[in-house]
Design a binder for this molecule. Sequence first.
Ligand code: RNT
Ligand code: ZN
Length: 417
Amino acid sequence: MSVNERYKLAKAQYEEWGIDVEAALEKLKQVPISIHCWQGDDIGGFEVDQQELSGGIDVTGDYPGKATNPQELRSDIEKALSLIPGKHRISLHAIYAETNGEKVERNQLKPEHFQNWIDWAKEHDLGLDFNPTLFSHPKAADGLTLSHPDPEIRQFWIDHVKASRRIAEHIGKELGSPTLTNIWIPDGYKDIPADRLTPRLRLKESLDEILSDEISKEYNLDAVESKLFGIGSEAYVVGSHEFYMGYAMQNDILCLLDSGHYHPTEVVSNKISALLCFNDQVALHVSRPVRWDSDHVIIFDDELKEIGLEIVRNDALDKVKIGLDFFDASINRVAAWAIGTRNIIKSLLYGLLMPNDQLKEWQDEGNYTQRLATFEQFKMMPFGAIWDYYCEQMDVPAENDWMKEVLEYEEKELSKR
Ligand code: RNT
Ligand code: ZN
């Protein structure tokens, strides 16, 4: 049976529930996902004196074909994008600057160092997002940056984030869509601290100084990303969830929730609505923690479906800035992007193809039996037929077809590196 025939049958089944499938697909087309560039080169970046990855995060595996320069990385992203339906954004880190072989300190970075990315984004009709890089650097070697007790080191990192926001502003102007600048720092302690408050006050002061540079929200939006622990910061992280949630609310910036940054039984899907009561925008790093913050490629699992559902049923498709953050070097990196990004889009489609109003009504009526039964019933609906049709409509391969393109690319390009 053709994709079209399967689609027609499936559509009729959803229509029995009053679900407008065409309208759902139209909505889905409008949602950009911010795809992280760093899956392609294991968060290496292009600094002249490239440092080993630090900051308590780790990429494991040595699958051949990692991108070793900007051209390779961009062409790998292009390949991945050809397998992902919709128009999206690429999230950069400051270490992806291109400085023509010249050493430029991070506090000296300028928009011109990202001109190639901007030109490329224009050419491919992509938005860009930005992340200052406060790790993999000698001045972050002891695991402290914006909360460092040494004012000079702190100032260096403040200046780096300030430089990053100016770059983001420039990108936002050039591309006509605001750049999301996400601040994540590794700061914390391996063992029980003697003082938890002072480092947090220092971080607060650093952030205040950073944000004192006024930048229009038309060009740049700021986000802060919290964390529970990292490798080497098991006992204490300065930028904890409560810290940043308070900071974001007080300063009207975005709180970024990374789905790998909470206790293992805590879920980000349950936090989105809580934040939306206080701030009209929330940002996400969708990742998959396996026993710890391991940053596995996201799969179409229950939590991912729940995230998609929450965004859709709270009418928050334009309020939640969906970004990805996983890095697996043990599999083909282009496939990693394709699998993960296709999956987050599937989760939104899954949410759009639910009888959400009916379910809410049952909830208010106290009809929890019908609510539970319907959730279960929808797991058996012909979702895959709608997804395949959507992919073909968007000129990308259906579920059965995308992997062979990756294999071809691997043979032609990746295996030659
Ligand atoms: C680390 C944070 C952070 C990084 C990226 C590379 O735990 O999740 O977002 O993964 O900035
Ligand atoms: Zn993250």
